[in-house]
Write a new protein. Structure first.
Length: 133
């Protein structure tokens, strides 16, 4: 670390500071991209609660399948909560909304997985038979 002397400080002590590049590295870690992390893919990539999150841009078909599964499990948990008579009406209604949200996100991940599988199979086919699609 570089050190910076602060002349306004009555104790005139050295204050450590980090270069901008070092701060960017620290800020760029998992969870710093906004949203809530709800799981991880087999490759260790973070799965965010929003299916169209920027961090999912380079997900493989398998990554999207895993994310779909995580959202389905969340939806199932919220389904149990919405049907739990021991919870307040407000909590049951909130659980119902979360169930619908996670089902929608699971569907989006499923569609993305299908697209990637389809594109990949077309690329494989075009390279094996010499025909460009």
């Amino acid at each position: 670390h570089a050190r910076l002397s602060n002349p306004k400080d009555s104790m005139s002590r050295d204050v450590p500071f980090k270069k901008a590049e070092e701060r960017e590295i620290e800020k760029g870690g998992e969870g710093s991209r906004g949203g809530k992390i709800i799981g991880h893919t087999a490759r260790g990539e973070a799965i965010y609660d929003y299916a169209n999150h920027e961090a999912h841009k380079y997900f493989t078909a398998a990554d999207h399948e895993k994310a779909k599964s995580v959202h389905e499990k969340k939806a199932y948990k919220h389904n149990g909560d919405k049907n739990n008579p021991g919870l307040s009406r407000e909590k049951r209604m909130k659980a119902a909304q979360k169930e619908i949200y996670h089902k929608d996100q699971a569907q989006t991940h499923g569609e993305e997985a299908y697209k990637r599988k389809t594109v990949f199979s077309q690329i494989e086919k075009s390279t094996s038979d010499g025909i460009r699609y």
